[in-house]
Design a protein around this ligand. Structure first.
Ligand SMILES: *Cc1c(COP(=O)(O)O)cnc(C)c1O
Length: 232
């Protein structure tokens, strides 16, 4: 094993123990799916992670994601898109993504649906929920009260499969109440869409709170890959 592979293996082992401890503390016996968020890290790191058993990876920028997905096409990974999605990129994202976790507005639904139909296989979609308790700037998710309408639109589309909800905990706040709100949104959603049971919540800093609040999918970057240089 290369030094980097050993480092990733050690990170993955501690991450898995953290997740198991969080599941035990929450009394959960169901599985929690790990999605490795590999943004800013090279494709070779993703290949190393695949060698260590990681099957699902996520990216938040289309240019970077499309390049990595192409370079790693032999691995059979599942690609999640977790970043802000522009309508003119929807078709390109649907060419490699298995899951779009960041659907936050109606105008994206038609574009994604058409793109998924063209490639001939279903595209799973999560509605991203804005958990901030004040009116935000419209980025980073639909308001909880908008989720129902957006979900109905996805469910009624031809080639999109409504899988559930996703959220990022608001910065600088206790994540527990935010994740509890997300769980309520999910419960409401499942009344109309019983198959839409995914709850994607929890990152490196707050995965314990997310597991306690019922998260089915964790999106983990730095705890697995290490410190990321600041992006902006
Ligand atoms: C970067 C990112 C993550 C992973 O964050 P870490 O704190 O590095 O675990 C999760 N979700 C989204 C949407 C991200 O952009």
């Amino acid at each position: 094993m290369s030094g980097r592979t050993e480092e990733l293996a050690a990170n993955l082992a501690s991450l898995r123990s953290r997740i198991d401890a969080a599941r035990a503390a929450a009394g959960r016996t169901d599985q929690v799916t790990l999605v490795a968020i590999t943004k800013t890290f090279p494709a070779e790191d993703v290949r190393r992670l695949a060698g260590l058993g990681i099957e699902q990876v996520g990216e938040n920028r289309h240019q970077e994601a499309v390049a990595k997905a192409a370079a790693l096409a032999d691995l059979g990974l599942r690609w999640h898109f977790v970043g802000q999605l522009q309508r003119n990129k929807a078709r390109a994202v649907a060419s490699y993504a298995d899951v779009v976790q960041s659907l936050d507005r109606e105008s994206l639904v038609t574009a994604l649906d058409r793109a998924a139909a063209e490639r001939g296989r279903a595209l799973r979609v999560l509605v991203q929920v804005d958990l901030r308790d004040h009116e935000g700037d419209g980025r980073g998710g639909a308001r909880p009260e908008q989720v129902g309408a957006l979900a109905d639109l996805v469910a009624g589309s031809a080639a999109l499969e409504l899988a559930g909800v996703m959220a990022v905990a608001p910065l600088g706040q206790d994540p527990a109440p935010a994740f509890a709100r997300l769980w309520e949104v999910s419960v409401r959603l499942r009344r109309d869409h019983p198959g839409a049971g995914w709850v994607s919540a929890g990152m490196s800093q707050d995965l314990e709170a997310a597991v306690a609040a019922g998260a089915t999918h964790l999106r983990i970057g730095s705890a697995l890959l290490g410190h990321r240089p600041p992006l902006r």
